[in-house]
Design a protein around this ligand. Structure first.
Ligand code: FEO
Length: 173
């Protein structure tokens, strides 16, 4: 049985994961509108990954007899204009999410809630991967500098990204 503190904190995390999904959907729209359809696809794949993160927590609450509660999700704001700025914003956002996941892990440990701790450790590993993805792309962008052909190729390469997770959330858990 989960404590109210843990349920509330997981619900906050669901909200943050859904906000992340909408943020990347907005970035996807911007990139596609600018003609970078490959980066738009990469961002839309990220949208699906974030929805999966939210739904994994949602399913966990249900499996423990607790009620998921979505709450109000803020509208995403995308100020980034260039591709480099878009991925800098992605990295900054993922660092925020990593800190939020660590906070949830610390709460689970403090409450001796080992089941939740086990679940949240999966997200810790996932965050390492998410930050690494943005770092790798930023390094490539830095190496290319102003090279337009490089950007063209990067756009094609990023457009090959496919979701690594289930997209159908019916029946969860
Ligand atoms: Fe679910 Fe990108 O953190």
């Amino acid at each position: 049985m989960l404590s109210k503190k843990i349920i509330d904190r997981i619900n906050l995390q669901i909200n943050r994961e859904m906000f992340s999904a909408f943020l990347y959907m907005e970035m996807s729209a911007r990139m596609s509108d600018d003609g970078y359809k490959g980066i738009g696809t990469w961002m839309m794949t990220q949208y699906h990954e974030e929805m999966f993160h939210a739904m994994k927590f949602y399913g966990y609450l249900q499996s423990q007899g607790a009620l998921p509660s979505i709450g109000k999700i803020d509208a995403p704001e995308v100020k980034a204009k260039t591709i480099k700025e878009i991925f800098e914003a992605t990295l900054a956002h993922e660092k925020f999410v990593s800190a939020s996941i660590r906070e949830l892990l610390e709460l689970a440990i403090a409450e001796k809630d080992y089941a939740t701790e086990d679940l949240v450790r999966w997200y810790v590993g996932e965050q390492v991967e998410e930050e690494q993805n943005a770092i790798d792309i930023l390094q490539t962008i830095d190496l290319m500098g102003e090279n337009k052909q490089g950007l063209f190729m990067l756009n094609i390469e990023l457009g090959k990204r496919k979701p690594s997770i289930a997209l159908d959330f019916t029946g969860m858990p």
